[in-house]
Design a protein around this ligand. Structure first.
Ligand SMILES: [Cu+2]
Length: 498
């Protein structure tokens, strides 16, 4: 029905226009052709001038009005070192092309007015003029040269890689439909190697865990942090289709290409808090963030730098948004401290772990530190139950009293503990689960305790300070029901006696 009415309206309007045209033609015949030409030319000339004025006023007014939504102006100043250079290039280009734009439009409409039809006036034809040719070739050439040279210079500065020996940090961004996996180097400052053949459901990046550099690498959550004033090199990769690593406020934008790693180097110069404070000056950022909650936080308070994918990579493209916080070095260090190594928290000890049977250097250090603290606490404590500690990392070959090779780290910690507190003596206690014959369990636990004591004596601890004892299955710490509980009961403990 509606479309029928619309169609009828269109037909009616067309008929009306045709009729008006007919009336106009009739009037012209009456007036005489010459007079009509004169009137029309005059009208068109003045209309051209009018249009020129309205047009130029419109151009300047809209440029001014929309200034604050353009990059490089008002609230959209860049937050990186190279950003100013890029914004400067755009500004110079805008000014130069703006001058040409205004002058050509003035000339275009002024000529239409000035040289409108007038009786008896003849056009003067210039078939060729060398001077004019030189001018309009030379001026654009000089302007283009300035723009191109500046542009190339800026390009080389912006795209430059880090130099040998330069102070910088490196992170890695891997894109896939639909999300970024960011990887930080951890305490060693080095990102571990990757091998796509090592990719599994758990190890989605294909990190190579035989490379010690990958042990402390961490993968942050939705928010990721960078310190202010530090040069960052981002390794950019893609797993499936083209994506684009885009940090608009930092003027960072680089394609993530499957099979072709790219990079971008930039230095943040404004923290998130700095940027919010700048936005605060603009009335549009003092509007409520949520229009439904007029008393809630303002837009500037909720501002965050964002990482977006600037490539239309598929249906869920929008969901690749991540939040970047730029903070002081101290805040950054505190954040890094909270992050857990991906390898140690997700992969360590699992079936896929290539170092399953090894104790890693970092673990040796961590366990030594932890042991030192625990034994100190136990020595200082006055409660009897605090004086008994389980040696978590001591293991024996199945059914024998032979210590496994990896037990030596924990035993060495115990040696250090005994050396640190020379006044204490300890009882070393062996315990088993209740599987098998109790008498045999008792003798096995006794010989295991003796093995531990022997190791300690061989490392210079006096026998007078060590009392081995086997308890067999008589002192379980858990009911002997599940495999986990059985494992808990098979343990070596020591008790501080004085
Ligand atoms: Cu994408």
């Amino acid at each position: 029905m509606t479309s029928l009415i619309v169609l009828l309206c269109i037909i009616l309007i067309t008929i009306v226009l045709v009729q008006i045209g007919k009336v106009y033609e009739l009037a012209n015949t009456i007036k005489g052709e010459q007079q009509v030409l004169r009137d029309n030319s005059k009208w068109n000339g003045w209309l051209s001038l009018g249009f020129l004025v309205i047009f130029l006023v419109g151009v300047f007014w809209s440029a001014w009005d929309y200034k604050n939504v353009m990059f490089g102006y008002g609230p959209h100043e860049s937050a990186s070192e190279h950003g100013k250079l890029l914004d400067g290039i755009f500004f110079v280009t805008l000014v130069l092309t703006g001058i040409v734009f205004v002058l050509t439009h003035i000339a275009l409409f002024w000529f239409a007015y000035k040289y409108r039809y007038q009786e008896g006036r003849k056009a003067k034809f210039i078939p060729h003029d060398n001077r004019l040719e030189i001018w309009w070739t030379a001026i654009p050439a000089v302007v283009m040269t300035i723009l191109v040279v500046r542009g190339l210079n800026a390009w080389n500065t912006v795209m430059a890689d880090v130099k040998e020996g330069e102070d910088y940090m490196e992170i890695e961004a891997t894109a896939q439909q639909f999300g970024w996996t960011l990887r930080y180097p951890g305490a060693d400052g080095k990102i571990g190697t990757r091998d796509y053949k090592k990719t599994t459901g758990a190890n989605t990046l294909g990190m190579d865990f035989t490379d010690p550099k990958s042990w402390d690498d961490f993968i942050p959550g939705q928010e990721f942090y960078l310190p202010i004033g530090k040069k960052v090199r981002v390794r950019i990769l893609a797993k499936d289709v083209l994506h684009n690593f885009y940090l608009p406020q930092f003027r960072v934008k680089m394609d993530a290409v499957p099979g072709l790693p790219t990079y971008f180097v930039f230095t943040p110069t404004k923290t998130t808090a700095d940027y919010r404070n700048e936005l605060r000056k603009y009335p549009e950022y003092n509007e409520p963030f949520d229009p439904a909650d007029p008393n809630g936080p303002k837009r500037w308070e909720k501002f965050d730098y964002e990482l977006a994918c600037a490539e239309l990579c598929g249906k869920g493209h929008y969901s690749m948004r991540r939040v970047l916080k730029v903070v002081s070095q101290e805040e950054y260090d505190a954040w890094v401290k909270q992050q857990k190594s991906f390898y140690l928290s997700e992969m360590r000890g699992k079936a896929e772990d290539p170092n399953k049977d090894k104790v890693l250097d970092i673990e040796v250090r961590e366990r030594a530190k932890e042991f030192g603290e625990t034994i100190k606490k136990a020595v200082e404590s006055t409660t009897a139950t605090d004086k008994t500690l389980t040696l978590q990392y001591i293991n024996f070959e199945t059914g024998s009293a032979t210590l496994t090779a990896n037990s030596k780290y924990e035993l060495d910690n115990l040696v250090s503990g005994l050396n640190a507190f020379p006044a204490i003596s300890i009882e070393v206690a062996g315990h088993t689960d209740n599987v098998g014959d109790p008498a045999q369990n008792l003798s096995l636990s006794s010989s295991r305790a003796a093995s531990v004591v022997k190791y300690l004596v061989d490392r210079g601890i006096s026998t007078a300070r060590l009392k081995p004892r086997g308890y067999g299955d008589t002192k379980p710490v858990a009911p002997n029901d599940t495999p986990e509980n059985l494992a808990k009961n098979r343990r070596t403990e020591f008790t501080i006696l004085n």
